[in-house]
Design a protein around this ligand. Structure first.
Ligand code: SF4
Ligand code: SF4
Length: 387
């Protein structure tokens, strides 16, 4: 098989919208495996699956298919969202300008993974033209993508656990083309450019990054928004208006400032979702609008859970529309929604929405006692018991 060189492949990749590409072999990612297993042992993964599900497989690229020899790893920079105001991710719904909004992380503001896949497929097709076998692997539990990208020389793994590309920063999505073609390439592995900086550690709203490159998912807002069950009470205020994802440890990273300044590209601006409109939507409407997000168990109640925390953190004390959606959520069939509606209502000082007549129906059909527990936290059941 005649094998194209990396320079030819780079030209194909650039034309296909990829911002950088490099090559590495399929040898096991030994350090990454040890790190994943250690974090798992310490419980820092907080139930995350991803590469934690099967660290051995995720760090042994040779298992992807028999005969695999090379991995072409590519990055694509996020497309900065539009700067037009107001910008909402739930078009077609009635949006009031003053209504509370929830922030959405930059990487979901456009179909970055779809565009990444297109670019990788163009590279794969090019290689197949020479008779090579290929497989596109992206956003896939079978490959620790940041570790393989770092080994290919695309950047270093920063304190914030992200791949930091010296020119592009961390606003990138990563994907690979695994092939049986023996692609040669020289990569210079950039040295750790974090130096003495600790900004992502010190400014993370929940202190989720302590040790260099170690994220405690139990505290990370981005993960907690995707995790099952009730949202931990101690982090609800810190969540602020984040509805999906958290970009803080990238926004404040000086490497990203330099990368964006150098490229002349504006920092991504989060898209916003109208919270009242979201809480007014049916299950079907929610899955149609947000079904491309990671939603625990594919259950829309988790979108409502997260939206209710954003609502509780808003300053919408005098908004009658907010009262209306809260009243609806307090009558929801799902205890998860009712318990977070209790939190939101009381955080907004709307105790009048949870009168004695409402409390009785709130604690009905509450098999895990989560609504009762929320009411107890606010002393509501005690109030009633003493009447
Ligand atoms: S995503 Fe947000 S909460 Fe998670 S580590 Fe980064 S700054 Fe902290
Ligand atoms: S904020 Fe500082 S320490 Fe954190 S990843 Fe960026 S450069 Fe590294």
């Amino acid at each position: 098989m005649w094998v194209p060189n990396l320079e030819n492949i780079k030209q194909v990749a650039t034309k296909a919208g990829l911002d950088d590409i490099a090559v590495t072999g399929v040898e096991p990612l030994v350090e990454a495996r040890a790190a994943i297993e250690e974090r798992k042992r310490q419980g820092l993964h907080a139930g995350m699956n991803f590469t934690y599900g099967n660290p051995e497989r995720a760090t042994d690229p040779a298992l992807l298919f028999e005969g695999a020899q090379s991995i072409l790893v590519a990055v694509r920079r996020y497309k900065p969202p539009s700067v037009d105001e107001p910008q909402t991710s739930n078009p077609g719904t009635k949006v009031r300008l003053e209504s509370p909004k929830g922030l959405v992380a930059a990487y979901v503001c456009s179909d970055e993974y779809g565009m990444l896949r297109q670019g990788l497929t163009a590279v794969a097709n090019y290689l197949e033209g020479f008779g090579a076998r290929t497989e596109v692997v992206m956003d896939d539990n079978r490959l620790a993508d940041r570790a393989v990208a770092a080994r290919a020389g695309l950047g270093w793994l920063g304190r914030n656990t992200m791949l930091l590309h010296p020119q592009l920063g961390s606003w990138t999505v990563i994907g690979s083309v695994v092939t049986d073609a023996p692609i040669q390439g020289q990569s210079e592995n950039p040295h750790d450019g974090c130096g003495t900086c600790r900004r992502c550690s010190t400014d993370c709203p929940t202190g989720a990054i302590d040790e260099f490159g170690v994220l405690d998912a139990n505290k990370c807002l981005a993960w907690l928004l995707q995790a099952k069950g009730t949202f931990p009470r101690r982090y609800r205020t810190a969540l602020g208006d984040r509805l999906y994802g958290c970009d803080d440890c990238q926004v404040l990273c000086p490497i990203n400032d330099e990368a964006m300044n150098a490229s002349g590209t504006a920092l991504p601006k989060d898209s916003k979702v109208d919270i009242v409109a979201l809480l007014d939507s049916s299950d079907e409407e929610l899955m149609k609008q947000f079904g491309h997000w990671y939603i625990p168990r594919r259950r829309p109640e988790y979108l409502r859970r997260n939206a209710l925390i954003v609502l509780g953190n808003s300053r919408s004390h005098d908004d009658l529309e907010v009262d209306r959606v809260l009243e609806n959520c307090l009558m929801a069939s799902e205890p998860l929604v009712r318990s977070h509606a209790v939190w939101a209502a009381l955080r907004l000082g709307k105790k009048h929405l949870i009168g004695p007549d409402v409390v009785g129906s709130l604690v009905e059909h509450d098999p895990d006692g989560i609504v009762r527990a929320e009411l107890e936290e606010w002393g509501i059941l005690l109030d009633l018991d003493s009447q």
